[in-house]
Design a protein around this ligand. Structure first.
Ligand code: GDP
Length: 473
């Protein structure tokens, strides 16, 4: 395995083929230097255009980011003018967290792409629960929203919805608000937001400060926009690598997280011939019996030969020497899944003669909010999943999407059980590395309903794990 022999990496590997900027203080973020040693050589190279867009973005972020004089000047202007601030100000996109860490990470990637496409500076409103999970992604600056940000409480500023309604009242640039709250979170009684439309983007372009809240991977809706689409295609000629490259660019485990990830990997996973990751997310534990989930999981992994059956006949006799070893990484809130699998394979022979070892790093029982230790476990586990060779995730789980995207893996999607049911097939192979956008727009920009995504937007396809969703492929 690659990790057992840590060699001096050359810069090309270290910087992921130019995706990452050079010049970072390496000790402050060891994972930036070492992560490639834990992964197979990448099959996907970042395009020269993506690299140039990133270097330009970093320049913008340095010039306009917190700590710069341009930041203070821009905020003063935005604050003092009720209406559209003078054109000279830097433009900003502030991301507001909502939901679990997986949801947050996929929406950060979408928001970052939106920032790059619109020349805005991305700033992250981060609670204490996320401090210390990630390194700073942008050279010589910070992406953390400063505490003295004048719109920390954004409840009283104009909303995107009201701007759409007032559309006709905007006669000149001066009529636009200087700050705007843009809610792209999915809610049950959602009206279409027409965010993918040129007209909406033309309005938004006039607002220097956007505060965006989302838990969605809305990259497909950016792709649906006629102006953004060619840019995205040029940045990502391999269409399903938006999360793969952007995620590897943005999310570097902090030294604390990297200590946990690298020591777990080296102790349990490095020695294996193959690493199989199983992400078991139970969305409604009260109505979903553990046995039903276990049956589903076994059906998926045995039928697709991800793990071998037990040799109940004891017909095969394998000597200890040439046995290959598969390490199984189980992540779940519940301890039983790892325990059951471990018991199943412990001291048993398998029909293939392979040795199976099962590891589950944690079992938190409940999803916790605003808890840094809990989030640290979630982050290290998403990352560890992404380091494996074969990935099984649970349908619809954004926790699994992060592992899939960072790892560049097409996972087996376990059916999302919510009751004591059986389901065939138990899992299906995904066709894309991308996360699913669960709630895409329902209408064309002229108001007509979108009946068939694929015929109008040939780069999008319906998700296998969620009927309403679409993704790039
Ligand atoms: P989703 O709800 O599956 O789409 O994923 P999210 O990450 O948005 O929210 C689920 C949250 O529950 C995670 O962020 C964790 O806090 C917690 N969680 C769920 N599954 C696991 C797991 O396997 N391991 C750990 N450590 N935490 C988990």
């Amino acid at each position: 395995s690659s990790s057992s022999s840590i060699s001096i990496p050359n810069d090309k590997d270290k910087l992921l083929d130019g995706l990452l900027a050079s010049g970072f203080d390496e000790a402050s973020c060891i994972s930036r230097l070492q992560s490639h040693l834990f992964r197979k050589a990448s099959l996907h190279k970042p395009s020269p255009y993506l690299i140039s867009k990133l270097r330009n973005y970093e320049e913008l972020h340095r010039r306009c980011g917190p700590e710069s004089s341009a930041y203070s000047r821009s905020m003063m202007k935005i604050l003092s003018s009720k209406n559209n601030a003078a054109a000279a100000t830097c433009k900003y996109l502030v991301w507001i967290p909502i939901n679990g860490l997986g949801n947050q990470m996929i929406s950060i990637v979408a928001t970052f792409l939106y920032a790059v496409l619109t020349d805005r500076v991305l700033l992250i409103k981060s609670g204490k629960d996320k401090y210390g999970l990630f390194c700073e992604p942008f050279l010589n600056s910070t992406w953390i929203l400063p505490k003295n940000f004048p719109f920390w409480n954004y409840k009283n500023i104009e909303t995107y919805q009201s701007m759409l309604k007032k559309d006709k009242d905007y006669n000149s640039k001066e009529d636009f608000p200087s700050s705007l709250f843009l809610n792209l979170q999915h809610t049950k009684d959602d009206l279409d937001k027409f965010f993918h439309c040129d007209h909406s983007q033309d309005l938004l372009r006039n607002v220097p400060l956007l505060i965006l809240k989302s838990d969605q991977y809305f990259v497909p809706s950016l792709s649906m926009n006629p102006s953004f689409n060619p840019e995205i295609t040029k940045m990502f000629p391999e269409k399903d690598t938006v999360f793969y490259h952007s995620g590897r660019y943005l999310f570097h485990p902090s030294n604390e997280a990297w200590g946990l990830i690298s020591s777990f990997y080296q102790e349990y996973l490095a020695k294996a011939d193959e690493r199989i990751a199983l992400q078991i997310r139970v969305f409604t534990p009260d109505t979903t019996p553990q046995q039903a989930v276990m049956d589903l999981l076994l059906s998926c992994i045995i039928k697709n030969k991800l793990l071998p059956e037990l040799d109940t006949q004891n017909s095969a006799s394998y000597t200890g020497k040439n046995r290959t070893m598969k390490a199984v990484l189980v992540t779940s809130l519940y301890p039983e899944y790892g325990e059951n699998l471990r018991t199943m394979y412990q001291n048993k022979s398998t029909v293939t003669g392979e040795l199976i070892e099962v590891y589950q790093p944690s079992h938190e029982e409940h999803q916790k909010r605003h808890d840094k230790t809990h989030n640290m476990k979630a982050w290290t586990e998403m990352y560890l999943l992404s380091l494996c060779d074969v990935l099984v995730t649970t349908s619809v789980s954004t926790f699994g999407y992060v592992a899939q995207g960072l790892g560049g893996l097409k996972p087996w999607l376990l059916y999302k059980l919510t009751t004591n049911e059986t389901h065939f097939p138990a899992c299906e192979r995904d066709f894309s590395l991308e996360p699913c956008y669960h709630y895409p727009p329902k209408h064309y920009c002229n108001g007509k309903p979108i009946k068939d995504f694929a015929s109008s937007f040939p780069y999008l396809r319906g998700c296998k794990d969620f009927y309403y969703g679409v993704k790039l492929f």
